[in-house]
Design a protein around this ligand. Sequence first.
Ligand code: GLC
Length: 699
Amino acid sequence: MPRFSLLRAIGLFLFSGVAVAPLCATPFRTPVSYDEADRRASALLERMTTEQKLALIHGHNAFFIRGFPELGIPELYMSDATQGIHIRPKLPNQMARSTAFPSPIALAATWNPDLAYRYAYAVGEECRAGGIAILLAPGVNIYRQAQNGRSFEYFGEDPFLASRIAERYVRGVLDTGTLPTVKHFLANNTEFYRRISNSIVDERAQREIYLPAFKAAIDAGVMAVMTSYNQVNGEWTGESYPVITQLLRNSLGFKWLVMTDWGSIRDPAKTIRSGQDLEMPGDRHLKAHARRLLEAGEVNIGDINRMVRSILRTCIAMGLHDRPLKDESYLSKFPEHEAVSLETAREGIVLLKNNGVLPLRPTGSGSILVTGKYVDEIARGGGSAAVEGYAIVTLRQALSETYGARVEFVSQPSEEQLKAAAAVVYSVGTFDSEMIDRPFALPRDEEAGVLRAVNANSRTIVVVSSGGGIRMTDWNDKAAAIVYAWYPGQIGNRALAEILAGATNPSGKLPMTIEREWKDSPGYGYIPEGWELYPGRKGPLENDKNVYPIHYHEGVLVGYRWYEKKRIQPLYAFGSGLSYTTFSVRDARASRRRVAVGEAVDVTCTVTNTGAMAGAETVQVYVRPLSPPLLRPEKELKAFAKVRLAPGETRDVTFHLPADAFSFWDPVRRNWTVHPDRYEFRVGVASDQITAVTDVQIE
Ligand code: GLC
């Protein structure tokens, strides 16, 4: 069995809910070893002229690393992004089509790391088909606040969940021979004037919240890191020696390619000395100034050689110098990719509320009135992550296929029409995109429309298509059901129709908290006094203003950590999501009552499908220190498993919690520490639905 598929087999078995641990059965091995790649890179370096070296350290034609055929160095094409390939018609040799997968936050909402592997593997195969050597994904920035325009591209608010999804995503891309890029390093948690924002975040919050998903990607073998647009504590990340060399390379142990985000640096000399390797897209600073800086002695050839060697070593190690970059045999895999896209939507859609109106059986009677924003238009995010897809299935098509003549589509329904319907499906949502943050609340007209519907018909099902949380507080109680469908990808509306009709049992869980009011959020107040949220691209590069600070005052209290510590009741809690069946999670027990600092503990609980329909439940294990020596969250997610059970079936699920499940970053000693204490394991099906507790004494 070829190495790639053996790993997939292992992945499938382990994540059937039997035992759960961060899964990398065998560490990723590059096709060419680091040392051999380094030797070959050094040999090439010897043969390169200064001109060639200076041409290699910045991109060209916006998305390429320059090639030198005379040296056997191929030109390499990079493409976005996490949810599929962003085809750029203005560039040469583009693919005819690429599969549009559900947004990455929907992937996180599946809580299924093995599915993340298969999703990424599919994207990686399309890269191979399209001659894309480097995929500019995954994005792993933590969901700090709901208004961030790029939340749809990332994996939610919790570093443990984001890490488990990120590591499997990275491995999935690597195993296709495509080079993944984890981004945007670091603390890029808003799009509001992103090029002039300064994330002021303390080291402990970096270590416990904002770095783990990057570390997980690095440990999974990621071979490129993209720095971000913003400052971190006053340092422009793309040109910062402390951020790149001291933190990313020395502390996190990253040894491969580092590239800038597009047009994100200001000082070419600092960039060359920072540990950065590659300026993208490459039409500015290094291209214009590197030679002058070298001749003036402001940078030395050793810096340039380091950059060139790092670029060459990474690409050689991935085998990109040793094989054709395009392999169109992978075009035959698109049907499999469509299936993964559909599976992701089925598992990622979250049923937040249901008073019994769902499932809405097709065999029922009475008309179903469908209206709202995304009936004929596909809900999707914008910017570099946008993926066109093909054979798009709209909500109209999917519901017509499912309900036939029972559905009537009315774009502006009257009061009478709303009242007369046996049920109403109301679509709301937001267009999210890089470069813009959007309000937490819906636009006034949309808010009025959904309020009108829930007031007119008590059997109104609201479908939310957004990349992050929206304000639902005024209509939440009156809606008969609320379904969070994210951005469904090209085929995801079919999954939505299956779920509404009961053909698929929903199993998605929120990867972030949805607050009642924007002012409840830990991110509230990041917009400077007198500045306004703006729609779309604002000014050439937003450089005409001064840098504005974003104080991460909440520290490690991001997401549920904040709402629990501050006793603020959210509308929907992290980890919540309903099923058409019911589950019990009980009888949590730890493998040992007492362990020494540095030892692991296993926790087992018993899960039963107590309903009448087969389904999957994600059992979550949160660790709570009872007497921490400094401020710590009430509890933190440290294990989870998605368990599939037939009606009446019972299964014991065991979680392995390694020593670091109990650790925190000691800001004084500046390292990870486990404090001797009693720790509870709070087990349940959502962060606010804990049904089984056990504990361990660590001494
Ligand atoms: C963008 C994005 C980044 C993307 C890059 C190339 O500005 O920030 O995520 O990969 O440019 O499109």
